[in-house]
Design a protein around this ligand. Sequence first.
Ligand SMILES: Nc1ncnc2c1ncn2[C@@H]1O[C@H](COP(=O)(O)OP(=O)(O)O)[C@@H](O)[C@H]1O
Ligand SMILES: [Mg+2]
Length: 264
Amino acid sequence: MSEIIAVANQKGGVGKTTTAVNLAASLALAEKNVLLIDFDPQSNATTSLGFRRSDIEFDIYHVLVGSKKLSQIIQETEMPYMHLVPSNIGLVGLEKEFYDKRTSGRELLLKKAIEEIKHLYDFIIIDSPPALGPLTINALSASDSVIIPIQCEFFALEGLAQLLSTIKLLQDNINPHLKIKGFLPTMYSSQNNLSKQVFADLSQHFNAKLFKNSGDKENPYVIIPRSVKLAESPSFGKPILLYDVKSNGSIAYQNLAQSILCGA
Ligand SMILES: Nc1ncnc2c1ncn2[C@@H]1O[C@H](COP(=O)(O)OP(=O)(O)O)[C@@H](O)[C@H]1O
Ligand SMILES: [Mg+2]
């Protein structure tokens, strides 16, 4: 059975795309069939896997408006078990096409599109844009669960209440199955007191929803460190696994994948 996981937070720059790409690659390394869906018109997941926007003729937008099937636009990646559904800037047009007209079922466009190929994958990971608009609503409506990256910096928890109430609204109205898979601390610097404070706040409020490293008493939680290698790898068009597999950022994302494979 395939599991569909959205990566969402309406704040920009918190590590959504980095998490979606590297979680997908780490699950693929474990020989799980993974589909990464880029659902952000900024196409950062697409370009960080080495695709150029100008080379993409059809993207997820064409699927949502019904001119292509999802199976027709899936791309292979450098990772054998990982496929990509690309996005492009045209995806912003979705709002105009469906939302201005208040088309019924507009929250479920992505969910319906995924049904065609769902059985082919163990995991489908959806990267979402930095807003709580129609695209993120579609991503959350299509998903079994959501991972919420939390950047370990100032104002990290600001806006979280709004995200959590959106999730609750979706659970009550559109997608009763939606679960919070976990909060993922990102860009953590152990030398930085603010990072420590954000993590302390997170573990105080949401300890049960932090990803755990099973059997590692010294580092019980999965925490994504601030890492130059993680920031560099997109410019080489590669997930961190193919850029510097032994870097601490790479290991942290493999730990996240392990935690999920162990049932987190
Ligand atoms: N753990 C990290 N360490 C260092 N840089 C990171 C890390 N995670 C993300 N970045 C960088 O921070 C920026 C924002 O990350 P990104 O994943 O694109 O966030 P979002 O998708 O939430 O906007 C990008 O330039 C990315 O390469
Ligand atoms: Mg992004």
